[in-house]
Design a protein. Sequence first.
Length: 525
Amino acid sequence: MTMTMRIHDWFEYHARSRPDIPFLEMDGNLLSYREADRRANRWANAMIAGGLGRGDRIAYLSTNDIDMGVMLMACSKAGVAPVMLNYRLAPREMQGILQDAEPRVIFARGAAYLSTIDAILPNLAGIEALISVGGDRADGWEPLETFLSGTAETAPRLPIASDDMLYLLYTSGTTGLPKGIMISHLNVVAHVEQSMCASIAARAPGARALLTTPIYHAAGVLRIMTAAINGGTVVLMEHFEPGLFLHNLATQRINTVNMVPAIVQELLEMPEIRNLRFPHLEVIYYGAAPIAESVLRRALDTFECPLIQGYGLSESTGGIAYLNEVDHQKALAGRPELLKSTGRAVVLAALRVVDVEGNEVPPGTVGELCIRGPNVMLGYWRKPEMTAETIRDGWLHSGDAASIDADGYVYLHDRIKDMIVSGGTNIYPSEIENALLEHPALMDVAVIGIPHEKWGETALAVCVSRTGSPPTPEELIEFSRSRLGGYKIPRHYSFVTELPRNASGKVLKRELRAPYWADRARPIG
């Protein structure tokens, strides 16, 4: 017998068996599983009454809010795929996503976002309703409470399958135009099970996670989905604010949290952290970049909990390799090179590295990282050719240059498009960045390729200094000599106050490269 697994099955189970456990909390407002389930049922029934069916899309534009979490459960029940819009995009970029996704209904919270949709609405086809979430009113927008009025609190019973699309996630666009990624119920269930096997955090009902990552991002939506499956509680923040984040971490009985190393470092340097304790914190997940040994040691001393690094793609639903707490202990006990690894494959997922012809390469050899497992996306929305190019013979081609050692540890070298080819030699920026970040005067570094008349391109290090007196290029070159081969050492440096990053903390190298390649042939990937 084939078992059907839908996200709302778990969510409804917790609403029946542990109804009073909080599902979502934000700014002092709390929604229990019972309350969230009833509201999600009304929302699902309202969408069904409006003619929405399995596979239809709706769009949602808002910063993080409790209703967004309820909407996700409602869409799961109704078989409708939500598109959570990146509120940081320009209206023209949002328009492109909406034209591609073709939602039938748009939900938005906040007067500014209602106005944004109104401005692009003449360029959109097939929009049947506009729903205002919250107290804002505008012509043509129906209040959410009116939309929900008169609908039943009982769950709809529809024949939704495990491989139905659960949500449609658009990439952050670090390498070009956003693409719609189709994620199924089974993809998410597999991811949650895989990530839990890699973690030491409690997955018991009531476990509390702090979320500042936007819900439109893979890491954000997965926090909601993980809670729904495990019966956990998500404490939401609208945006990341260092002081409030630190306060919530210390006072809201938080068990798990996601950060990027740059945020860990920022928190550690805040004076007030010396007076705080984090007795409930069980694990800190980090990703998007390696962590320096000095930062790791300080974090372990300050937060008094393990750190676990994760690596994944939107196309793989979430994390597919983890450097767990045992690996971090090994690193501090004499194997610091492990901190440059992103860990080993999760259960039920296979990883391999291939050359340009698709042949698997020996351990330690750099090539393209490929992924296979139940967490791999259904495909790109309405892009069958791109899907076929990305998923070949069941293997998802990540676009990341990586190597896997004999023990199975994955070492990322860069996005293949970020690789610098100088005089016919491949140079991987992440290797240079890791070396430069060992310099005590540097807080953040991104290395990009810029035009060079003789070599085609050469490396430029864009740096963020810890102090007002940054090190000189000559000092950094000399510092790098014992850490990098001569051909890898950048001869060009620039200093900025901060690096541009997307919601997951990844540096937007496309933005850094653009001014240098504006009149050149190299594609800005």
